[in-house]
Ligand binder design. Sequence first.
Ligand code: CA
Length: 221
Amino acid sequence: MAGRTLTLTDNVYDYLLKYGVREPPILARLREATQQIPDSNMQIGPDQGQFMGLLAKLIGARRCIEVGTFTGYSSLAVALALPADGRIVTCDINAQTTAIARQFWREAGVDARIDLRLQPALTTLQELVAQGGAGSFDFAFIDADKPAYLGYYEKLLELVRTGGLIAVDNTLWDGAVADKKINDASTVALRAFNEHVHGDERVDLSLVPIGDGLTLLRKRG
Ligand code: CA
């Protein structure tokens, strides 16, 4: 098994969470609140939230963009890792789930760092480009409708600075991307996305097997 990622049994994952994650109580409470609503499995795990916060710190991120807010776990995890003047623009179209997000951002005292745009994400990304935002963002996270991933990626590649990072969620899609018999729209789109970025010389890449697969793309100069 050397050189290959360990299979995470429940027992090993519990150990990882116990000794590898320091989840702030506010994030734990948000996770519990999200369990009560439909699609709660769309929320990222605490290990991934912490990892993304660490990445934001490592690259000294101040300006971030997120496509797919849901109940705000990832934006809160990253917002807590930003300096006081750090900002996140986060895009979603669901007023109900993002109302939960807003409540927890407020409770955590970071709501001033998070700018929620309730309209199709591509519209927001195009607006940011039109407003001169190209090359001005440090960190981006895509976790939304899979068939639109490539479109989000191309806009975000404009918006992120050289050396900036785009993190893309669900790129292993519960293993479906590697199963030729599965060909629903989301699986096909994720497969096409993975093949596209693998051949894209504009970025350095790593597909990290955390959560449901998190692809990290660093914009080259
Ligand atoms: Ca996801």
